[in-house]
Every structure is written in structure tokens, then in C-alpha cells.
Design a protein around this ligand. Sequence first.
Ligand SMILES: Nc1nc2c(ncn2[C@@H]2O[C@H](COP(=O)(O)OP(=O)(O)O)[C@@H](O)[C@H]2O)c(=O)[nH]1
Ligand SMILES: [Mg+2]
Length: 680
Amino acid sequence: MPGRAPSAPRCAAIVGPYSSGKTSLLESLLHVTGALSKKGTAKEKTLLGDSSAEARARGLSVETTAAQAEFLGERWTFLDCPGAVELSQDMRNAVLASDVAIVVAEPQTEKALTLAPIFKFLDDNKIPHILFVNKMDTSGLRVRDVMESLQAVSSRPLVLRQVPIREEGKNGDVVAGYVDLVSERAYRYHPGQPSDLVKLPDDMMPREQEAREQMLEHLADFDDQLLEQLLSDAVPSKESIYQQLSKDLAQDLIVPVLMGAAEQDYGVRRLLKALRHDVPGPEAARDRLGLDGEATAVVVFKTYHQPHSGKIALGRVLSGQIADGQTLSDQRIGALLKPKGNGFDKIAKAAAGEVVGLGRMDALKTGDVLTASGKAPSGFKWPEPLAALYALAVDAENRNDEVKLTAALAKLSEEDPSLSFAHNPDTHELLLHGQGDIHLQIALERLKLRYNLPVKARRPQVSYKETIRAQVKQHARFKRQSGGHGQFGDVHVEVWPQTRGQGFEFHDRVVGGSVPRQFIGSVEEGVREYLSRGPLGFPVVDVAVALYDGQYHSVDSSDAAFKTAARMAMQEAMPKCHPILLEPIFAVDISAPASLISRVHSLVTGRRGQILQIASKPDWDGWEVVECLMPQSELQDLVIELRSLTYGVGNFAYRFDHLQELTGRLADKVIEQRQAVGAR
Ligand SMILES: Nc1nc2c(ncn2[C@@H]2O[C@H](COP(=O)(O)OP(=O)(O)O)[C@@H](O)[C@H]2O)c(=O)[nH]1
Ligand SMILES: [Mg+2]
């Protein structure tokens, strides 16, 4: 649009499934805008976005990379987000702080489903997004088939803005260029070069007309004037179409679709022009996040801990201006930086729209907002991190490193809020929780590479418990005569089962002082100590113990002696009470597209699950939820099988439900393993 004032700096997050070409697109965007003089390639592992050691090792992006560029006098930050489902936390945080998301997809109908959770997140949060169909240089598929499969997973209409021009090549059809459906002009692609205007091929006319009509019909759904024009066969002006496109994009009513090939720079200049014209300025993101009315606001969407540079928080200035050394929300900006290549450059100030690095602000974490007033605005909202779906028990290889290990894990989980760690009091294991095995393996690799902390990881133990089914009475006497002062304690206890969930109870039924008051607490203590590891090797629950008689000695009795006597009584009694194993059962809600729900069904039954209900998923069209009960032991690696059955998109939520008796071969195996391990 001639005469238009340059926009404030804007920010586009590049998102999409694994391997769709996001990092290649970043490379191309930087190259085309002149920010990068020499293009790297995925094959040679020289892409800017994948320059970390973890990324190179895997050939996949493991965290968000920010890079800046200028296009026609306007400034842009591009955020290349990891595509792997397990690493989607970074993607979520990045799009929230951006003005637009560029969703990169492959022209393959069978991969369309992998976009469903991405579209869902963008639409739930009303984040404007453009779809870029990449790898058109290799696609033989018809665009309308690709569009149909993608439309099936988007709640917003996908509006095609270009159609490809195909030509006969050596190995069949190749895409040679495109027709722009607004200007109705045809362009020919040139590898690494701008495309040039060509005559619209005659045989393309019917297809072009059809696609253009569809585009206009979609737009008319949101504009009465345009609808009237179409109904009366009037031709809407180019300007009015452009206006409508940017208006609808800004409100997340439609998803404009462009195409190209990042590796050849095909369609990338066209994409940049669409971004330039159609993407709203930073005020829209500010208002969307509930930060309107703030004179100065910076939202933190990522943190990095680097061994050499310390901690850097990546933030987006959404209103006002900030300067190095300034105090915001009671924290002084220790260093103001901007992303540059693989690192950062120092800057003095930054204005609304810019993405900045904030150094030496150690308290900052993702989802924080810095304001001049110091208060987090009441309307500000940032979604909760993804809940953990998988865990590993970890130990430092070197025992002396344990303190260092928790400190390093704290840093990693701060960088990535979907990673967390906790001590399991039942099993005494340090558990690392995350989104899947790759996610946790990357964390382990970072511990080793960045913090020099080699770690052993194994499958966590299940929190089995045990209880009893019979009632017994037991007498035990602890007596020791050694030199002068001896030890003496004598107890009669009764042990019986409680109903499930009732817990442990201790009853004092001593009459006539056969066990003096002051020792009764020690008897209870001895019982409790014993119950931390019952005859099967697990913590005992739902048991009641009564002390109903005993004897004492006026000189030799002591707290310690009664405690020991109580433990001895329990040791004798419990094996006679028909001990039984209890297994934790979880309530699990597994969601997947309806077309795949029969797979989920067999997955559940194959894992000793009990299906309670299959229902349609609220606010997710075409998705269903299988509600079931499943043993914890089967839940531990559920995510791995679920993803492999559902193209990676299946998900679940879970909570502890109850303990259930486990008998037979499975129980025998669990007990046998426990006995072999011994007390930890
Ligand atoms: N044919 C073709 N391959 C591409 C194109 N863009 C990326 N690729 C390839 O797709 C693979 C994944 O690329 P990458 O940019 O790492 O994808 P990301 O996981 O989405 O970041 C690599 O092997 C690239 O060489 C393209 O435009 N055309
Ligand atoms: Mg990548």
C-alpha cells in the first residue's frame, strides 16, 4: 500500500509439525531480507535456527530461536519454534507473544492431522495465523486435496490466496510458479531469485476463477458489503479485498494460505509481502494478552541459561519504550540485548514491538510481565504449562553431584515450563516429568553437555502399597540383660484390616497401667515404623492396630525397648494377616480424533484398562474422549504408544483414583522384584 507509514516492529512465530521446513523457512526469510548473506542447509546442518549442540545432534530444533530482519523498511523478529509434539511448550509461549503465526505445512494429505493441535491452540487463543504450504518443489499432489485435508483439522476457513502453475518436467509435473488470486497475476519461480511476472497461462483460467471465487465467498461470510457485491456480480476492488483479508486475519476469522518452497526461496518474498500488509501491529497482541492500558509492558516468553552469558530472558515489548538500566516491576534491567545470529548484541533502548534479551534479571520466568507500575495487570492471562505425560527416575552418576543436579534441573525447568521434577516420597526417587521420552532425553543431554552432570535414568517405580485381609492377636516381648541396666518391653497387640482409604489407626486399650502411659507413644511409633515396609516390601495402608495389654519393668523398661517390642509384634503378626498387594489405579481421559478412537479403545483394553465412557470432546469438533481407569504401571509409557497410534496428536489427562487389590501372576512378579531389590 503506497504512502502507508511503516509499522512498529512486528513478530512472527514460525510453527508447524516436525520437519515441515520451519527452520529452512527462517533461513530463507533471513536470506531474502539480506539479514543472512549465505544460506545454510538442513542437509549440512548449517541452519541458523538449529545451531545448538542438541539440535545438531538430532537434526531438529529443540527450542525457540529468535532472529531479526528488515523488509522494505520495517522490522521483524522471527521465532523459529520446535515442531516435535513433545517440545510444543516453546511454540505455545512464542505464539502468545507474537503478532502472527506462520504455520508451515507439507503438501501431504496424510500428515494433515499433525496440524490439529497447533490450529486448536492458535484458535483457542485467537492468534492470527497464515498457512504456508512448503515443499511445493517436490509435491505432485493437487492443492485442492491438500487443502481439503488441512481444512478438516482447522476450525477456521482456510482461504487459498494462490494457486500453483504446473509444468511438464523431466520426472512428471513440477510447480513452476503461482497465480495470485487477488491481483490475478501470474509469477514464475526462480531458485534463490525473486519470481517474475509472466502471462497467466490460458489453461489456468478456469482453475484461477474457481479458486478466486472461493476466496471471495469466504471473505463475504464476514462482510455484508462484499456479499452484496458478489450477489450482484460486481467485481470488488483489489483494495477492498486486501482490506478484508487483513481485517479477517487480525481477528482470527480466516487463515490465508500461501505456498512455496523454503529451500529455493520460492514464495518467500510473497509471504513477506503478505506479512507486511496483513499482520496487525503489537497493540493487537498487547490487547489480546489483557495488557491494554499499560503504558509500558514487556512479556517474557522464554528464558535461556547459558554457561558463559548467564541467564537471558527473551521478552517482547508490547507497549512503551524500555532502556538499559531501567527498573520495571522492581527489577533493574541488567543488560538490554537484541537477538543477533547465534547470540545477542547490546542495545541501549527498545520500543514497542521489539523482541529483546533481558540479561542479569535472574528472577524472570516465562509468563512474567514487566510493567512501569510494577503490578501485573489484572486482565493479564498466560496459559498454564502443559501437564506432564511421562517421567523418568534420575540419579546423578556421581553421588556427590546430587545438590548440583537439583540446581541444574531447576534451571532447565525454568527454561521449559513443561519440564518439572519432584521427589517421590513413596519410592524415594527423583522424578523428571515431561512430555515424552525425546523431551526427557534432551534434558538429560543438556545436563551432561551444559552442566557436566552425567545422569542415570530409569523407569520410575510404581507406588504399590499393601494391606491385610485378616485379623490377628500377637504377643511380643523384648528383653535384654547386659551388665547392669537391661531392656524390657512386652506388648499384646491386635491387628485388623480397615476399609479402603480409611488409613492407619492406632488404639490404646490398655487398662490398669500394664503398659505405663509414657511408653504408649513409643509403641505407636514402633508400629508406624514397621508399616513403612510390610511383609510384601511395600508401605502398608488401611490397617488398625490396638495395644490391649503388656508388661513393664520398673528399671529396665524404656521408650526404645517398647518401640522394639512393638516392631517385633508387627513383624510376627503381619505375615499371618493375609497381606495383599494394592496397585494404584488412575482415572485417565484419553482424547483423539474420532476416526482413531477404535485404536484408543484397543490400546486401553490392552493395558488392563477399564473403559467407563466414550464421549465427544467438549469444544473440539471431531474429537472424542475415552474415559477409563488404568493401573499406574500401564500408564507410565502410555504416551509413547498413544502417539504412535495417533500420528502424535493423541493426548491424555490423568489423576489418581484408588488403590485396587492385585493378585495372581502379576502380583507375584511385583513382589518378587521388590524382594530382590531389598530395602532401598
Ligand atoms: N524439497 C524441499 N525440502 C525442504 C524444503 N524446506 C525444507 N525442506 C527439507 O525438510 C527437512 C526439514 O527441514 P527443517 O527446516 O529442519 O524443518 P523443521 O523441522 O520444520 O524446522 C529438511 O530435510 C529440509 O531439507 C523445501 O522447500 N523443499
Ligand atoms: Mg526446525
